[in-house]
Structures are given as C-alpha cells and as structure tokens.
Design a protein around this ligand. Structure first.
Ligand code: SF4
Length: 62
C-alpha cells in the first residue's frame, strides 16, 4: 500500500495540506501534521497536497 509521509523537519505548518485533503492530513494537538490512518488513501487529493505543499515535504512511501 502507498502511504503519504510528511517530512516533519521541513514542514512549516502552513496548513495547505489540511485544507486540500482534510481526510488524510490533520494538525495534531502538539501543532504537527499527522497522517490519518486509512486503508486506502485518495490518490488525487494527496497528489494535490504534494503539488501545493510549499516545502515539498509530502511524499509517497511505497
Ligand atoms: S502543506 Fe507541507 S509545509 Fe504545509 S503543513 Fe502541509 S506538509 Fe507542512
């Protein structure tokens, strides 16, 4: 299964991924982006988040 990963050391917590794909990305109480556990990830929406992440810190892990 392909899993979206956020490289937290590069993330500036801008919230773009959460806005574009709230079913996958959420801001946790500590202020970091979490990837919600899902059986299947919506490829198109995750790709959108990857495309618009200003830090290029979201990627797919095969
Ligand atoms: S779009 Fe990228 S930089 Fe912005 S919060 Fe999401 S992972 Fe972090």
């Amino acid at each position: 299964m392909r899993l979206p990963i956020v490289e937290l050391s590069d993330c500036i917590k801008c919230g773009v991924c959460v806005e574009l794909c709230p079913e996958v990305f959420k801001l946790n109480s500590a202020g970091f982006i979490d990837v919600i556990e899902l059986a299947n990830y919506p490829e198109t929406d995750v790709n959108e988040a990857i495309k618009y992440c200003p830090m290029d810190c979201i990627y797919w892990e095969e």
